[in-house]
Structures are given as structure tokens and as C-alpha cells.
Design a protein around this ligand. Structure first.
Ligand code: 4NP
Length: 166
């Protein structure tokens, strides 16, 4: 493939609960469609408190339940160069979205979007932060991420000028 791969970064607060799961779910959808060479997928947090840590064990567990292994991922903070390296920065909630837009500056390569805007008939604007809740919160997060991953990939594929891949 001659084209530069589409670079997609998922963004949350800590990069240990939601965005690592989003990264894993989206990458699994990319692989399922045989598009692995066309995408670079990563995740980051607006905060640095958990940098270097693996995902929260509850995110690892819900991913594993659905056949996705995210245990090797490590948290990192959103960096200025991410706005040049990535084509899309997809925020989990309104706070992440606002912070990414503030840090983007003018002329950034990255387009900043809200994850739920890709979820058909979404009843929420935010992928809710599950950190202080119980394990069922992680199931809810997974459901939202799984509902939006395919439609997000459809949008990116259409932009890349490739036909439907489902
Ligand atoms: P995440 O969840 O943003 O989905 O990774 C959180 C993880 C950690 C904290 C908050 C949210 N925290 O306050 O440490």
C-alpha cells in the first residue's frame, strides 16, 4: 500500500480504562476487515498520573471476555507531536474533547472528534468514566466502543477513498 496509513489516537483522562479498550476494540475491527496495514492505532490520556502502567485490570478483563488482548498496552500522556503524527484524535468525553481542541492549535494535522458521534442512535454524549464504579461500568463502556468502532472505521475508509469493507 503506497498511502500513508491512517493514524488514529483514542483519548481519555488516564489512558488506563476507556481509551486502551477503544484502541483494542478498534484495532480488532481493523484486523477483522484485513486492513491492518492501512492503520496505526494508539491511545493516550490527557493526564500523566498513570503513564507507564498497563490498562486497568477491569478493562483487560472485559476485553479478554470479547477475545481482545490489551494487556501489553502501556499508558502515556497526550503529547504535542500527537497533533502532527495522528490524522484523528477521538475523545471519549467532552472534557477530553475540549482539552484536545485547546492543545491542538491551528494548523494541526489531527482532526479532533468525539467518539459517541460515531455511535448510531447513541443515547449519551460521553463514554462514561468507569474508574470509580463497578465492573458493570466496564461492560457499558465496551458496548459503546463496540457499537462505534465499525461506523468509525466506515468513515475513515470512505475518507481514504476505499469502498465498503464490512
Ligand atoms: P480513563 O479512566 O480516563 O478511562 O483511563 C480513569 C483512570 C484513572 C483516573 C480517572 C479516570 N484517575 O483519576 O486516576
Amino acid at each position: 500500500m503506497a498511502d500513508r496509513p491512517t493514524h488514529v489516537l483514542f483519548l481519555c483522562l488516564g489512558n488506563i480504562c476507556r481509551s486502551p479498550l477503544a484502541e483494542g476494540v478498534f484495532r480488532a475491527e481493523v484486523e477483522r476487515r484485513g486492513l491492518g496495514a492501512a492503520y496505526v492505532v494508539d491511545s493516550a490520556g490527557t493526564g500523566a498520573w498513570h503513564a507507564g502502567e498497563p490498562p486497568d485490570r477491569r478493562s483487560v478483563a472485559v476485553a479478554r471476555k470479547h477475545g481482545v488482548d490489551i494487556s501489553a498496552q502501556r499508558a502515556r500522556q497526550l503529547a504535542p507531536e500527537d497533533f502532527e503524527r495522528f490524522d484523528w484524535i477521538v475523545a471519549m468525553d467532552g472534557d477530553n474533547l475540549r482539552i484536545a481542541r485547546q492543545r491542538a492549535g491551528s494548523g494541526a494535522r489531527a482532526r479532533v472528534a468525539r467518539f459517541t458521534s460515531f455511535v448510531p442512535d447513541a443515547s449519551v454524549d460521553d463514554v462514561p468514566d468507569p474508574y470509580y464504579g463497578g465492573p458493570e461500568g466496564f461492560d457499558d463502556v465496551y458496548r459503546l466502543l463496540a457499537a462505534g468502532a465499525g461506523p468509525l472505521l466506515d468513515v475513515l475508509e470512505a475518507e481514504a477513498g476505499r469502498g465498503p469493507s464490512r
